[in-house]
Design a protein around this ligand. Structure first.
Ligand SMILES: Cc1cc2nc3c(=O)[nH]c(=O)nc-3n(C[C@H](O)[C@H](O)[C@H](O)COP(=O)(O)OP(=O)(O)OC[C@H]3O[C@@H](n4cnc5c(N)ncnc54)[C@H](O)[C@@H]3O)c2cc1C
Length: 404
């Protein structure tokens, strides 16, 4: 009767070690350089593609793990190496998730492999939702998609902002409003295939952290895509719009479940950063001597490290629980996906700050990696739903009320 186990299976242990070795030998040594350059680390992406880590097959297999734990494991190890480079490598999976969430089987088979390409011809993807005036409030998107029946094409117009791989990607998945009066229920997702005229990159942002990951505006100016690029197809969209216009229930519950299921993967990235900082600070505290003894021999420092370790383990367990729930199709009745991302993100910010404190002045300078980890950690309280929005989701789930 001992069904519950937190032991990783052989496959998971093997994948974890393989990704860790890559993170340790390839990503970590390159982290400082690409943070300073603030450019896409192409040689590292190429290496990841060469060994099969950046590939449709690997990501599909990792997603297929029936326990749900493999994707969090992979993401923790990658971000332990460096979160910016990890996002430069795996940022395409945001676009992939957008296709999986809304596409037909045919569309998934057509477009998802094109998000990765091959080691000789690497492709990137981007997922474009956020706009200058629509961040947390995704129901107010202004980007419009209008249907041109004569040519069976959709015409996209608008500006997307803060897009990971924006403009750099070969394939963009764009969420646009088909019927603004219906808010988020009047929106649809479109694949913009490589080289489509009318899509261009706007400004590239200079960021506080995860600087190896490209973040930019995406401008859509009369960007025409074939009717087949509407994810889910026209018939399904028309039915959905008709239901929404009549005030009948829509698929927003399904969309919410998709987001809840992807949050522990993002949370695991934050756990990876926190673990990197904790391990570094622990080692440093054992070696650094002041007043004739190692600084860890002071409870003030040792207790900090104890708390850091406890928070990291708790964050990881929340991520694993939510990942397992998502895979098992359990309802996220208390916003468990949001809990995992929220707690892991805030843990990463707190742990990396504690790590700076443990290193003292050495923690504050760029010769040591700890200040970079703190800068990188901060994004995890902002993107993929801010901490405030995660708290709203949890509060609404536990109360059953529309908390504002
Ligand atoms: C590096 C980076 C990469 C990104 N990558 C992508 C990407 O690939 N694709 C994409 O579509 N987007 C991406 N984003 C956008 C990201 O998801 C948004 O920045 C985020 O959703 C917040 O939106 P906003 O920045 O407009 O902030 P706002 O929504 O303007 O929020 C500002 C503040 O107000 C708070 N707030 C807002 N509404 C409420 C409320 N109802 N209750 C309480 N507090 C509230 C927020 O929590 C926040 O603290 C990225 C952002 C960054 C910085």
């Amino acid at each position: 009767m001992a069904d519950l186990s937190l032991d990783l299976n052989e496959d998971q242990l093997q994948i974890q070690k393989w990704v860790h070795d890559f993170a340790e030998s390839v990503i970590r040594p390159a982290a400082h350089e690409w943070d300073e350059r603030e450019e896409t680390p192409w040689p590292i992406i190429e290496e990841a593609a060469r060994i099969g880590l950046y590939s449709f097959e690997f990501v599909a297999n990792a997603f297929a793990d029936p326990t749900g734990i493999t994707m969090p494991l992979v993401n923790e190890e990658m971000s332990w190496g460096d979160a910016g480079i990890a996002l430069a490598i795996f940022g395409s999976t945001l676009g992939v998730a957008g296709i999986f969430a809304n596409g037909t089987q045919e569309q998934i088979l057509e477009w998802v492999p094109q998000c990765f390409g091959t080691p000789d011809d690497i492709k990137l993807a981007a997922f474009c939702v956020s706009e200058p005036d629509a961040g947390s409030d995704v129901s107010s998107l202004r980007t419009r998609a209008t249907y041109d029946e004569a040519s069976d094409t959709w015409v996209l117009n608008g500006t997307k902002t803060w897009i990971t791989n924006g403009g750099l990607a070969d394939l963009h998945v764009v969420v646009a409003s088909v019927d603004p009066a219906l808010g988020s229920r009047g929106q649809a997702s479109f694949v913009v295939p490589p080289g489509t005229p009318g899509l261009s990159q706007g400004q590239k942002f200079k960021k506080m952290g995860i600087r190896a990951s490209h973040t930019a505006e995406v401008i859509l100016d009369d960007c025409r895509v074939p009717g087949s690029c509407l994810l889910g197809g026209k018939e399904r969209l028309d039915e959905r719009l008709a239901r929404a216009r009549e005030g009948r229930s829509s698929s927003s519950q399904a969309a919410m479940a998709t987001f809840e299921a992807s949050r522990p993967i993002v949370g695991a990235q934050a756990v990876g950063i926190a673990r990197a900082a904790y391990e570094y600070a622990l080692q440093y505290a054992k070696e650094r001597k002041q007043f004739g003894r190692a600084i860890i021999e002071n409870q003030a420092i040792a207790f900090k490290l104890a708390d850091m370790k406890m928070h990291i383990d708790a964050a990881r367990l929340l991520c694993w629980r939510a990942a397992w729930m998502g895979k098992a199709g359990k309802p996220f009745s208390a916003g468990e996906g949001s809990m995992s991302k929220l707690f892991a993100g805030e843990t990463a910010v707190w742990v990396t700050e504690q790590a700076i404190q443990v290193l003292g002045g050495y923690g504050y300078v760029r010769d040591y990696p700890v200040e970079r980890w703190h800068r990188d950690a901060k994004i995890y309280t902002i993107f993929e739903g801010t901490s405030e929005i995660q708290r709203l989701i949890i509060a609404r789930a536990i109360s059953g009320m529309h908390i504002q």
